[in-house]
Design a binder for this molecule. Structure first.
Ligand code: HEC
Ligand code: HEC
Length: 221
């Protein structure tokens, strides 16, 4: 016991001496170092600044690509096939000019229509063929009154900000957002009738994923 203690004590002493002499030596060396190594020091500083610059540039580049991807996806979000069910008011929109839905159709608390005017009365499980006939889907409705998920009137900046807000989407994560855009049958259905959105569904999903993978940057406007 005693032996171990002493040898530990000795080791500790050596360490302390070493540390003290190192400190002393470096204190001595300091003035010389300052004189002689100014150049090397600067080079190191320059190199560091350059690395930081490259990292910043890379980050800026990613943010720009992210915003560009969102701006492309935005053309789909704001297309009448999507926008018409994401109005700012409580009346769905219809047609390529996104006019107010006729026949006094309203959202209702659950988005499925108010009183007797239920969406399902007219919107069947499949599209009714012919002009001015209601398009169909088994789950045809608007977002509910408490989360209206408004797209109408929003700039790319405003829409991207909304998508990142869980109170707006009701989604816990961006993964859920991707899943909705990629797999929701109501979203896919919008690529099957009338004037089609400017991107195909797969191309649209690619843009949404790129936006998120590159940092979900918020567009400037
Ligand atoms: C028939 C109406 C309807 C159409 C058309 C429609 N949506 Fe939706 N959308 C909804 C409803 C209802 C919800 C709420 C979630 C749910 O109940 O499925 C929703 C939710 C969403 C959400 C998630 C909430 C949010 O705003 O973040 C996104 C994103 C979305 N829709 C995108 C689209 C896109 C893109 C299109 C067109 C390709 C589209 N929607 C077309 C009815 C529609
Ligand atoms: C009384 C019948 C009726 C009811 C009820 C009804 N709709 Fe419609 N809806 C139509 C008809 C008909 C059209 C096609 C109009 C046209 O193309 O001129 C249409 C078109 C639409 C469109 C336009 C689709 C597009 O891409 O242009 C949307 C969106 C829509 N309805 C949503 C709803 C929602 C949501 C409800 C329930 C809250 C609902 N509708 C209730 C008859 C109805």
């Amino acid at each position: 016991m005693q032996k171990i203690k002493t040898s530990r004590h000795r080791q500790l002493k050596i360490v302390v001496y070493l540390a003290m002499s190192l400190a002393f030596l470096s204190a001595l060396a300091m003035p010389f170092e300052n004189d002689k190594r100014v150049n090397t020091g600067n080079t190191a500083a320059v190199a560091e600044v350059k690395i930081i610059d490259e990292a910043t540039m890379e980050r800026d580049q990613l943010a720009e690509e992210s915003k560009a991807a969102f701006n492309e996806a935005y053309t789909v979000f704001m297309h009448p096939r999507c926008l018409n069910c994401h109005p700012s008011g409580d009346i769905p929109l219809q047609g390529d000019d996104s006019r107010l839905h006729t026949m006094n159709v309203k959202r209702g608390p659950d988005g499925k229509g108010l009183y007797a005017m239920k969406c399902k009365n007219c919107h069947q499980d499949t599209h009714v063929p012919g002009n001015n006939m209601p398009p169909g889907h088994f789950n045809w409705h608007l977002p509910p009154a408490k989360t209206k998920m408004v797209f109408e009137g929003k700039s790319p900046r405003q829409l991207a900000t909304s998508f990142k807000d869980p109170k707006f989407t009701g989604f816990k994560s961006m993964d859920e957002f991707i899943k909705h855009v990629e797999e929701d049958t109501l979203v896919k259905n919008s690529f099957t009738y009338g004037t089609r959105p400017p991107l195909s569904h797969p191309d649209f999903v690619v843009k949404v994923k790129e936006w998120i993978a590159k940092g979900a940057a918020i567009p400037d406007k």
